[in-house]
Write a protein that binds this ligand. Structure first.
Ligand SMILES: [Zn+2]
Length: 442
């Protein structure tokens, strides 16, 4: 285990819940064992998994069941059963473990400083060499599950893809946000995502520097003669190392949002799965090969997500239409389109010209939730349910145009007109109804 090709596969354990809730609790006062004895390390084994943990039996069993579920999910997603057994050490309190029970010299610092890591060990020789992963994780919610995804990819394919994909997908499996659930995050995570709204695809694709700094710090500790032959203690972890972990968490959160968007946006979903298969089978240039033609569209939709993301935001409903053909309005002709309430901005098919005036008539009714009264395109209080437009030019959006049942507007810029029913971005799914809109030149 000396030769640690470590932490190319370093994995920052995310805590999905509040960290404090996962800290080891004192036993109840009347428990005879709570005062002295260290908790025993328990062992759980199946063909695919070998878990050792100092969690209390009920929690340990629940953890084991979650890890089995996670493995099953990963096998289904990447379409291959795991090969062999994954070793997994899940630590609630490092004091419960002797060094001999944690078979890696960095195990303590990984658990207490990083949160978790998957350490690959090369087994066999020549072309038969393969990576056998060992997971070290704190018992904070989601950390071991996250690592198990890395371990599965390492063991099954020998590769996990680039950092953004590896970390984004591990979080995807752990978080379990579905298309229908929309985005689910803590308040801090939403804030962090929105702060990063200018993040470009290029920045996501080059995520990795912080992870490499953490790996380098661990390698230095491993090589430090002061620790020679002994486990590195948790105290070796510095404030700077902790700051790096915080930063890496933010980067990986944005990677997750990127993966989540590509997976659930019908514009990209199919190609994203193809991309993933290429990544784990070691085709590093795959992103450009698969997505070069729509890179600007992805950039736009990702920034849009980061800007508007909130609890329950539906990627599929808020996707942008790129395929609709847009045409200018010929003099004396009309252009008719339809706007659905339960969607984000929809292509009107109308190209507008800066400074030109257009009249419109909107017929039909829609509602903002199952128990709300329906309205026409004028909407109601606070412009809720009002028909709004926006003009897109070279992936830039104009200020919103407040439209309504009928009237006219002057195009603020030349470009493609998109329309929607005004409603908070995370409350679109329960809307109903649609409105037919006709445009004319006056
Ligand atoms: Zn990870």
């Amino acid at each position: 285990m000396n030769k640690l090709r470590l932490l190319a596969l370093l994995a920052i354990g995310f805590a999905s819940g509040p960290v404090s809730s996962a800290l080891p609790a004192d036993g109840p006062a009347d428990s005879p064992s709570s005062t002295s004895a260290h908790r025993q390390v328990l062992d759980y084994k199946s063909k695919r998994l070998h878990v050792q943990t100092d969690l209390a039996p009920a929690e340990a069993e629940a953890l084991y069941a979650r890890l089995e579920e996670t493995l099953k999910f990963a096998a289904k997603y990447w379409g291959r059963d795991p090969r062999g057994q994954i070793e997994c050490y899940v630590v609630e309190d490092l004091d419960n473990w002797s060094d001999a029970e944690l078979p890696h010299r960095l195990a303590r610092v990984i658990v207490s400083g990083v949160g978790g890591a998957t350490v690959p060990r090369a087994v066999g020789t020549g072309s038969r060499t393969r990576n056998v992963p060992t997971v070290f994780a704190s018992s904070r919610p989601g950390v071991a599950e996250h690592e198990i995804v890395h371990a599965y990819c390492t063991q099954t394919f020998g590769s996990t893809g680039p950092e953004w994909y590896r970390e984004g997908m591990a979080e995807m499996v752990v978080r379990g946000c579905t298309r229908e659930s929309g985005v689910q995050c803590s308040r801090e995570q939403f804030a962090s995502l929105r702060i990063g709204k200018g993040t470009t695809v290029q920045q996501i694709l080059s995520v990795g520097t912080t992870g490499r700094q953490i790996s380098a710090a661990l390698k230095l500790m491993m090589d430090d003669p002061a620790h020679d032959g002994h486990h590195v203690s948790s105290a070796a972890w510095t404030q700077r190392d902790s700051d790096n972990v915080v930063q890496a968490r933010d980067e990986y959160l944005r990677s997750w949002a990127f993966c989540y968007m590509l997976l659930h946006n019908p514009n990209y979903a199919k190609r994203f799965r193809t991309l993933g298969k290429q990544f784990v089978t070691k085709q590093p240039r795959a992103f450009d090969e698969v997505f070069a033609a729509v890179r600007d569209e992805i950039n736009f939709e990702y920034s849009f997500l980061l800007e508007h993301v909130a609890e329950g935001y539906r990627i599929d409903l808020c996707r942008w239409d790129w395929r609709t053909r847009f045409r200018p309005l010929d003099l004396g002709r009309s252009h008719k389109t339809r706007v659905v309430a339960a969607r984000g901005f929809q292509a009107s098919g109308l190209s507008v010209v800066a400074g030109a005036r257009y009249t419109y008539q909107a017929d039909g009714r829609w509602s903002m939730s199952a128990d709300a009264n329906d309205t026409d395109a004028d909407g109601c209080v606070g412009n809720s349910g009002r028909l709004v437009g926006v003009v897109m030019d070279a992936f830039e959006l104009s200020a919103p145009l407040l439209l309504g049942r009928h009237g006219s507007f002057e195009a603020p810029t030349s470009g493609r007109l998109y329309l929607r029913c005004n409603d908070p971005w995370n409350e679109v799914a329960d809307n109903a109804g649609q409105i037919a809109v006709t445009f004319r030149s006056p």
